[in-house]
Design a binder for this molecule. Sequence first.
Ligand code: SF4
Length: 82
Amino acid sequence: MSEKDELVFMQPFGEDEPRMVKVFDQIPSEVPVVDEQKRKLRMDTCRGCEFLEHNTLCSMCDCFMPIKTWMLSGDCPLNKWQ
Ligand code: SF4
């Protein structure tokens, strides 16, 4: 499965209720993103991290990691990402 096909439970911008969505489709097209390999490495690191809550939220930076791991400007506050 492509990283871009990953589904997550979240509240899309402008909607009232959370639902299952393709996370990649929630990122505005003008936001620079990393390639799928780098995104997978980042997300795998987060999934093994003691600070990831509910498989999505980083308690160190309070960010929603399924989206932040796609962003070229994203970083790990503990420098755990390669
Ligand atoms: S961003 Fe860093 S500190 Fe946060 S969950 Fe991922 S690996 Fe852990």
